[in-house]
Each structure stands twice: as structure tokens, then as C-alpha cells.
Design a protein around this ligand. Structure first.
Ligand code: GSH
Length: 330
């Protein structure tokens, strides 16, 4: 299936793109059933699996709604404090310290594989995963979904939707009628859904081979989910004002959700609104050998840009490459 952002029946954007930037894509709205879940709207074409009996639906819903309100206050504040040009030279000590503390706050989630997805993925630039995730890096609810994907050893096409997004937010509105993140599209089952808790349960039901989300994953968002958002001062939240054109081919990132250095690269890809294939390679991943053969080492982050041939496992080189290559001036 074509990624939604590349759907052939796309309408022109309501906002003009900046120079050198492709026009935003609009996907034809799929036929969706609507149901109420946890007080929020979930959209689905096929009925997603129900939550396991005994799962803490109510507490997760309560946690979700209170953390939503915390964030609605936090996000504009972070934009104020965390503003600035993400392409500028950074203070390495502050960067590594804040990202390491973020990783600590999210232990033990998103580091290792808990259940094999059974996904037969060969991580090459030609493989298109069936899962499409519309998200932004700083969003704690999106983080929970990426953590679950790491635990399930799942890869996904990521369509970053930072604030100020020129393309992907339009696509999300067209699919589900509102800008809410995360939004998951599973092309292999036809399921399309909002609500991070529902998405995590769906992924485990569909790809977890009987396993459940790891202890506390669903409930943890209210406690420490916001910590990386806060510590990273809004990095991976807002589109960079000089973000340039989108390349023909998706970039490919080997990443572990809770890795200190992989976080920097995901933040940059988000700030540039660059779609990419996220190859989650947590500890125990079936894709480790492929990473070894591509990168020469089992290390993350590792970025491959099929548009230019750029490949690197050095996060500083990757950041400087991305902000140079994909700025308006390039
Ligand atoms: N209950 C939802 C909450 C999702 C949510 O509030 N997401 C925020 C981002 S953290 C959002 O979509 N905000 C709207 C925006 O960014 O425009 C979930 O768990 O997925």
C-alpha cells in the first residue's frame, strides 16, 4: 500500500509551502467507523482487538486525561523556554546530560525486545513497513507507542507532525478529522486509530504473540512520560523555520527508543518534518545482524539517506548533515 502521504488522490494544501519545500499532502479520507473509547474518539476501519480483561483501562484513561491537561499547559511554555534554532551548535554536556536523564526516567521501557513481533523484516531501504505512525518526538503519548514498538521489535514509517507542520498534520486531519497524536495506520489490517493506550494494546494483541505490554508501560506516561519532554526543553516539538524540501526517498534510522543519542536524531528528523523508516533495534532485536552488516557495528543511532548515499553512526555528524542538507538554503 502507498504511504498515505503519497496517496495518488491528494488535494492541494491550504497553506503555501516555503520556497524549496514540497506542497503538503492530503490523503483521501478513508471510510471509518467511529466508536467512543476511554472518553476519546478512536477511529478504526476494522474493529481493533479489545483490551484484555483486567487491564487498567480506567486508570490508564484517567492518567491519560490528566497528563493531557498537564501537557496542554506545558507545551506552549516549553516553546517559550525551549525556542531557538535547533541547527545551532549545542552544548554537548547539557545535551548528553538532559537526554541521559530522560532515558533514566523512562527505564525500563523502550530499551529491549519483550516479545517477537514475528515480523519478517529485512531492514533495507527498499522495505516499507506496514505500520505508519503520525507523531512528534516530544509528545509523551507518541513516546509510549514508540516504546511499545521497540518492545515488539516492530519497524514503522514515521511521519513527524511537529507544531507548524506543513504536510503531515493535514494528512492526519484528513484521516481522522482532528490533529491529535499519535495516530497509527496499520496498512496490513486496515486499522487506523488515535489514543496511545489503545494503540499499544492493539499492537501487542496483533503482533505480541500473546504477550502483554511490559509492567507499567501503559500507566507510566503520567509519572515520567513528560520528563523527557521537559528535560529536552521542547526539542522535537516544533518545526524548524528553515526546514527545506522533502527528499524523494524516506531516510532510514536504526534506533532504540530509550537511547540517549538516538533521541537527538529523532528530534532533528521531527524538527525538519522528514518522513523516515524507523528500524527499532532494541536489545534482542532480530534486526541486529542486519544492522551489523549495514553499519559495521551494533550501534545506534545509524542513519542511512538513500537520496545522497550518506550513512553515519555519529550523532553529531548526522545532526549537522540533516540541518545542512534539508534546510531551505540547500
Ligand atoms: N489521550 C491521547 C492524548 C494525546 C494528546 O493529547 N496528544 C497531544 C500531543 S502530546 C496532541 O495531540 N496535541 C495536539 C497538538 O499537538 O496539536 C492519547 O493517549 O493518545
Amino acid at each position: 500500500m502507498l504511504p498515505l502521504a503519497h496517496h495518488p488522490h491528494l488535494r492541494p494544501a491550504s497553506r503555501p509551502p516555503p520556497p524549496g519545500r514540497s506542497p503538503p499532502a492530503r490523503a483521501a479520507r478513508p471510510r471509518l467507523l467511529r466508536r467512543r473509547s476511554s472518553g476519546a474518539l478512536t477511529l478504526t476501519r476494522a474493529q481493533p482487538p479489545r483490551a484484555e480483561a483486567g487491564e487498567t483501562e480506567t486508570s490508564a484513561a484517567a492518567a491519560t486525561s490528566s497528563s493531557s491537561s498537564v501537557l496542554s499547559f506545558l507545551c506552549p511554555l516549553l516553546k517559550f523556554f525551549g525556542g531557538g534554532d535547533p541547527s545551532q551548535k549545542r552544548n554537548d554536556i547539557v545535551e548528553v546530560a538532559t537526554s541521559s536523564l530522560s532515558s533514566l526516567a523512562r527505564l525500563p521501557w523502550g530499551s529491549s525486545v519483550a516479545a517477537s513481533s514475528g515480523e519478517n523484516v529485512s531492514p533495507t531501504t527498499t522495505t516499507a513497513p506496514a505500520l505508519q505512525l503520525y507523531e512528534f518526538e516530544a509528545c509523551p503519548f507518541c513516546r509510549r507507542v514508540r516504546e511499545a514498538m521497540t518492545e515488539l521489535d516492530l519497524s514503522a514509517e514515521v511521519y513527524p507532525c511537529p507544531k507548524g507542520s506543513l504536510r503531515h498534520r493535514d494528512v492526519v486531519r484528513n484521516i481522522g478529522g482532528k490533529e491529535q497524536f499519535p495516530l497509527l495506520v496499520d496498512a496490513s489490517t486496515g486499522v487506523t486509530m488515535y489514543e496511545s493506550g489503545d494503540i499499544v494494546k492493539y499492537l501487542f494483541k496483533q503482533y505480541g504473540q500473546g504477550k502483554s505490554p511490559s509492567f507499567g508501560l501503559l500507566e507510566s506516561t503520567i509519572f515520567t512520560g513528560w520528563v523527557p519532554t521537559l528535560l529536552r526543553a521542547g526539542r522535537g516539538m516544533t518545526m524548524w523555520s528553515k526546514a527545506g524540501a522533502v527528499p524523494a526517498e524516506k531516510l532510514e534510522l536504526f534506533s532504540v527508543e530509550n537511547n540517549t543519542y538516538a533521541r537527538f536524531v529523532r528530534e532533528a528528523l521531527c524538527e525538519l518534518e522528514l518522513p523516515y523508516v524507523l528500524q527499532n533495534v532494541g536489545e534482542g532485536s532480530s534486526k541486529m545482524d542486519s544492522l551489523l552488516s549495514i553499519a559495521g557495528a551494533k550501534q545506534v543511532p545509524y542513519l542511512v539517506d538513500p537520496n545522497t548515499g550518506f550513512q553515519s553512526g555519529d550523532h553529531k555528524k548526522i545532526l549537522s548533515y540533516l540541518f545542512q542538507q534539508y534546510s531551505i538554503s540547500s
